[in-house]
Design a binder for this molecule. Structure first.
Ligand SMILES: [Fe+2]
Length: 339
């Protein structure tokens, strides 16, 4: 063996020992998503042995919500993001879940090209468990609020649930992190909370609304904002709900915000809300089918509705990633901004 080969081999041996001694789980993944190296801490954290991991595809051994999406660390780092840090909860092939704080960065071949990524996961199980309990409790409270609103208004029973489902799919399509998508889902689940102050006779009215009645209905984002604004959610929940009737061209309410003045989450909520509103019947008009709904969406692309979100929504619906609870397929005139 040449002197230099021996030096290189010794270096890697020493380096591997350093990685093995770390309390954090370390995994090296090649550009082709093949797991090249894992240290002992991976087994402690995930229950997956070195033999089960090395040489396999990372998305098979450690499947997670980001796998095969544009938000996958390999894809993001490959597109120039230098370093990623986020909360993760990988579900391993052995059935265990591995919650942790993940740091991912690129590793490079001697010629300077990216050869893959190095992922380091710090075990946050105790922290994760107490946070999960809090999250579940908060989710249950949100669900209870959501059901309370829907019980008052039979015509939109299930509306918030369907909008939540569509928001979740759009968020995934757009590469949202799990954490950010969770905030959007919470906002979607209670976006019509403010209708709690609208008399049921007005909400369920089949005929033309008077100007006064419309003003009462259009106050619902403000009412929801007033209820939510002092609750310290880890997401911009109050603002998202407040802005869900704003439109990109400034034609929405209550503030008449335009374009980037509207939170991105609220723009997604607006699109999902419109889709569900026009594919469900209302006291004042029948439901329309998916085809008409997609046409209506496209006609408002870049006008009332965010083009990026519309495109993502059209993809999600066209590919059948979300099934809308489509009602009787009566052609009717879609109204995108009444409620
Ligand atoms: Fe609304």
């Amino acid at each position: 063996m040449k002197k230099t080969d021996f030096a290189v081999q010794k270096f890697f041996l020493d380096f591997a020992q350093v990685l093995e001694s770390l309390p954090d789980a370390v995994m090296v993944i090649g550009n082709d998503f093949t797991v090249r190296f894992v240290n002992n801490a991976i087994t402690t954290l995930s229950g997956v042995s070195r033999q089960e991991a090395i040489g396999k595809k990372c998305y098979d051994v450690f499947p997670g919500e980001l796998c095969r999406t544009p938000a996958c660390p390999m894809n993001r780092i490959g597109k120039g993001v230098k370093k990623l840090r986020y909360e993760t909860d990988k579900h391993c092939i052995c059935g265990r879940s591995a919650p942790g704080t993940m740091t991912a960065s690129a590793y490079y071949a001697p010629d300077g090209t990216m050869a893959g990524i190095i992922e380091i996961v710090s075990d946050t199980t105790p922290l994760f468990e107490s946070r999960e309990r809090f999250r579940k409790a908060m989710g249950s409270v949100i669900q209870a609020m959501s059901r309370t609103i829907e019980m008052r208004y039979p015509y939109t029973a299930g509306h918030q649930r369907r909008v939540t489902k569509l928001c979740r799919a759009i968020a995934k399509e757009l590469g949202f992190s799990w954490e950010r998508a969770q905030g959007l889902r919470m906002a979607a689940a209670i976006h019509d909370l403010g209708k709690i102050l609208v008399p049921a006779a007005i909400l369920n009215k089949a005929g033309e609304m008077t100007e006064h009645e419309m003003a009462i209905i259009r106050a619902h984002p403000q009412t929801a904002y007033d209820i939510l604004k002092d609750i310290d959610f880890p997401w911009p929940l109050a603002q998202t709900v407040y802005q869900h009737h704003e439109r990109m061209d400034g034609s929405g309410y209550p503030q008449g915000l335009k374009g980037d003045e509207i939170l991105f989450e609220a723009r997604i909520l607006a699109v999902a809300d419109v889709v569900d509103a026009i594919t469900s019947s209302r006291p004042y008009r029948p439901a329309v089918g998916l085809k008409e709904a997609l046409e209506e969406l496209k006609s408002q692309r870049g006008k009332q509705l965010d083009p990026v979100v519309v495109d993502a929504c059209v993809r999600v619906l066209s590919m059948g990633k979300v099934k809308l609870g489509l009602e009787k397929q009566n052609p009717g005139k879609p109204e995108t901004n009444r409620i």
